[in-house]
Design a protein around this ligand. Structure first.
Ligand code: MEV
Length: 423
């Protein structure tokens, strides 16, 4: 009989009961089950408070990137990521950027947007103005919802109202612009939007439907720039034109821009994960911002200055927080914040932008010079060496020879290993 995944009361079961149900369902053995139900760092009880139906925790490698300098301060950057080369590439590019003093950053301030959608209006343009007439009242009503945020210097600062022509007819969309200080701010702005809904219905005669933040956080931008001296970039200054051409390709073509921006997010998301922030929110913000002109484009720009040096810049939404959520619950996230030495969400966002730009520098340099496969091949060769039975120091030697010969195959690795052991 087919097994059913319809399990009533699953969420009420204890951890051990859930694991037992899973064991029966998926025919797990003792070894499988031993991987579940425990967590050395986070603690299984904490995990159970964070999400529902916990059966275990999932680990990622945490790597440390040296060489980064941001606004004249040297920092070590922890990254949580499963992909090889991300940490090493960032460290290399950070070293190159030191030739121009590292990264210099700024940001727009932590302004989040929440949207209130009003439908069922025959006079949407009049409704828009009725809402705008009440700007001050709306700001006051929103701020009543979060006196703590206001006391910290944040709160609703402004509103915007747009009339959209949609497949479901015209709709009036009110944006509240809220300074969320060191919080990511989703809860704060959603509460405000929900509280405003009945008022907007009363003023306009329409019906409010959705009330939710926008991840296109284009009022919460982080920026970074860097300069790489022409003699500090291997294999030599000639690669600079290649990098500019590679960037121009991404900026002109969404197929390339997707991969180019993915490379940027290799660093940004790894930092966001390591700090316990919502990486889906950051990804959504980044990609929607990249498409803001109607065409999906590069998040960075790369230029050659008068001296022939390479200059790069990035501007992207980075809605990260330091208070609330996993950032303050996860012991490793707290430790990562301590290692970074940041005191505000803005500082963290700016480091995120620097990491994104630096990661892009690393990728474009490799693509414009030797191509990614050489680096990937040496890692691949190490795996092949291990598969052939190499251990400890043998691994590096076998891998190096496989790459040199251009034959990254297990049979060749076995032959080389035999030769080494026979010496
Ligand atoms: C791989 O994870 C990232 C790259 O593809 C980025 C890029 O192509 O710019 C190397």
């Amino acid at each position: 009989m087919a097994k059913t995944s319809r399990i009533s009361g699953f969420h009420k079961m204890s951890l051990q009961e859930r694991i037992q149900v899973l064991r029966d369902f998926a025919d797990l053995n003792d070894q499988d089950v031993a991987l579940l139900g425990q967590s050395a760092v986070l603690g299984i009880e904490t995990a159970e408070r964070m999400i529902e139906n916990v059966i275990g925790t999932f680990e990622l490698p945490l790597g440390l990137v040296p060489n980064m300098a941001v606004n004249g301060r040297d920092i070590l950057v922890p990254l949580a990521v499963e992909e090889s080369s991300v940490v090493a590439a960032l460290a290399n590019a950070a070293k190159m950027a030191r030739s121009g003093g590292g990264f210099f950053t700024s940001s727009s301030g932590p302004i989040m947007i929440a949207q209130i959608q009003t439908v069922g209006l025959s006079d949407p343009f009049a409704a828009k103005l009725k809402i705008l007439e009440r700007r001050d009242e709306i700001i006051a009503l929103a701020n009543e919802q979060d006196p703590v945020l206001v006391k910290l210097g944040g709160g609703c600062q402004d509103i915007e109202v747009r009339v959209l022509d949609s497949a479901a007819g015209p709709m009036v969309v009110t944006h509240i612009l809220v300074d969320t200080r060191d919080a990511m701010g989703a809860n704060a702005v959603n509460t405000m939007a929900e509280a405003l809904a009945p008022h907007i219905e009363g003023w306009t005669g329409g019906r409010v439907f959705l009330r939710i933040l926008s991840n296109l956080a284009d009022r919460r931008l982080a920026r970074a720039r860097c300069l790489v001296k022409k003699d500090a970039i291997p294999p030599g200054p000639e690669v600079i034109d290649g990098i500019v051409t590679a960037w121009a390709f991404a900026d002109a073509d969404p197929y390339r821009a997707a991969t180019h921006n993915k490379g940027i997010m290799n660093g940004v998301s790894a930092l966001v994960v390591a700090t316990g922030n919502d990486f889906r929110a950051i990804e959504a913000g980044a990609h929607s911002f990249a498409a803001r002109t109607g065409r999906y484009r590069s998040l960075t720009t790369w230029e050659k200055n008068r001296d022939g040096d390479l200059v790069g810049s990035i501007e992207m939404p980075l809605a990260v927080g330091l208070v609330g959520g996993a950032t303050v619950i996860h012991p490793l996230a707290k430790l990562v914040i301590k290692i970074l030495g940041v005191k505000t969400a803005r500082e963290l966002a700016e480091i995120g932008a620097a990491v994104g730009l630096c990661q892009n520098l690393a990728a474009l340099r490799v693509l414009a010079a030797e191509g990614v496969q050489r680096g990937h091949m040496s890692l691949h060769a190490k795996n092949i060496a291990v598969m052939a039975g190499a251990r400890d120091r043998e691994i590096d030697e076998v891998a190096r020879r496989l790459v040199e010969e251009g034959k990254v195959r297990v049979d060749r690795a076995e032959a080389i290993l035999k030769e080494i052991r026979g010496r």
